[in-house]
Write a protein that binds this ligand. Sequence first.
Ligand code: CMP
Length: 143
Amino acid sequence: MEQTFVMVKPDGVRRGLASAIMNRFEQKGYALRGAKLMTMSRDLAETHYGEHKERPFFGELVSFITSGPVFAMVLEGEGVIAEARKMIGATDPLEAAPGTIRGDYAIKKSENIIHGSDSSESADREIKLFFAADELVEAPQTI
Ligand code: CMP
């Protein structure tokens, strides 16, 4: 079954939004296979955001993402990679539709509350980067 990686960023955790965000995915019907609160090391941040290394905002991005705990999750279910991205909304919260997570909770592109894998290759890579195999559980039986 398809899996994706989703992470509430330090701004979302600081604002007490982690559980509300997790709840949206659970209510939609996706199963939680792993979840943890963790502070990203500089190494992990630079690897995770490696594709943005040449961008002018890379330094700011790494400082921000390591500035406090993130809430990392692995979600599973049909079409979860694309659907989670739809639920998250556009990268710039001012362009994200109301009803999406970024549309509802954020206004700044640099502090846009949440990250979600953008492809099955990214999902595989990011799940392995953030979770050891023994930190993931079997999917619970659902309806
Ligand atoms: P995310 O989906 O986690 O992937 C890369 C992140 O870079 C993105 O969310 C934004 O938070 C951040 N980002 C993108 N563009 C900018 C920008 N112009 N200035 C600062 N941060 C940005």
